[in-house]
Design a protein around this ligand. Structure first.
Ligand code: NAD
Ligand code: 0WE
Length: 256
């Protein structure tokens, strides 16, 4: 018996086949889940639609998470088509390029608001909508975070602050939704070369640095993140909520 037979999930954050969200989608599909996908704008539709349809997805819709109307449309459609929901995957982050290279000290009000709107508030907005579709279904919400929330990673800057607020949001949402049997968790992944990482100066050097220092002496891949995601959204993790699980080859435990 597959782990997610009869379960329905919606995935936010696929940009291409290297996206962590896509690896998670493949793992959930393999275990029998029926999935819906959203994409952020027309350019990404060309990438996301073929991937989604390739695993039998019937619902593939645009959603810029800074737009309340677009979020509403997604969940209205899921209510009409499915009548309920079991799984929400949130794998979205954005900060302006200059805010990931200038000193954090220079972050503008606008840059701060953009990063926290897209990367943090979106989890609250999506989870509120999802929860109303999860009534009586032991739902599960999963988001993606990074160690830059806990410790200073040079240049991660406002994204680190957004991820710190995201991790705190996981705990507050877990508290709000626990009584309804809905679980909320995060995976803190080690660095992986995705589209979001491709734009970062010196990313290759970061991969080398972390692989040398991590206890497992290597980096992680999206498939390894996806297997932990599968565990967290499945009944295997029925008593796990409000948690941040590190999938980073052990990097975060090191002090020297
Ligand atoms: P990715 O570029 O494949 O995914 C990021 C996604 O965010 C894209 O699909 C993009 O369309 C989406 N997005 C950005 N702005 C949006 C908006 N306004 N509305 C809707 N969607 C929007 O990169 P990824 O590495 O797979 O990132 C997924 C998540 O994993 C992010 O939260 C990221 O912070 C986190 N993460 C990544 C790494 C890494 O090293 N790659 C490590 C730890 C955590
Ligand atoms: O969360 C992330 C990256 C998220 C991200 C990436 C970009 C690149 C392009 C958010 N916004 C943007 N905006 C852009 O214009 N990661 C965990 C990957 C990452 O990003 C870093 C890292 C790591 C690791 C930035 C600086 C230092 C380390």
């Amino acid at each position: 018996m597959k782990l997610l037979e009869g379960k329905r999930g919606v995935i936010f954050g696929v940009a291409n086949d290297r996206s962590i969200a896509w690896a998670i989608a493949e793992a959930l599909h393999r275990e029998g889940a029926e999935l819906a996908f959203t994409y952020a704008g027309e350019i990404l539709e060309k990438r996301v639609r073929p991937l989604a349809e390739g695993i039998g997805a019937k619902i593939v819709l645009p959603c810029d998470v800074t737009k309340d109307e677009e979020i509403e449309t997604i969940f209205q459609t899921l209510r009409q088509e499915w009548g309920g929901l079991d799984i929400l995957i949130h794998a979205i982050a954005y900060a302006s390029k200059e805010d990931l290279s200038n000193p954090y000290l220079q972050t503008s009000r606008q840059g701060f608001q953009l990063a926290l709107d897209v990367s943090t508030y979106s989890l609250v907005a999506l989870t509120r909508q999802a929860a109303s579709l999860m009534e009586g279904r032991k739902g599960s919400v999963l988001t993606m975070t990074y160690m830059g929330a806990e410790k200073v990673i040079p240049n991660y800057n406002v994204m680190g602050v957004a991820k710190a607020a995201l991790e705190a949001s996981v705990r507050y949402l877990a508290h709000d939704l626990g009584p309804k049997g809905i679980r909320v968790n995060a995976i803190s992944a080690g660095p992986i070369k995705t589209l979001a990482a491709a734009g970062i100066a010196g990313f290759k050097e970061m991969l080398h640095y972390s692989s040398e220092r991590a206890p497992l002496k290597r980096n992680v891949d999206a498939e390894e993140v996806a297997r932990t995601a599968l565990y967290l959204v499945s009944d295997m993790a029925s008593a796990v909520t409000g948690e941040v699980v590190h999938v980073d080859a052990g990097y975060n435990i090191m002090g020297m």
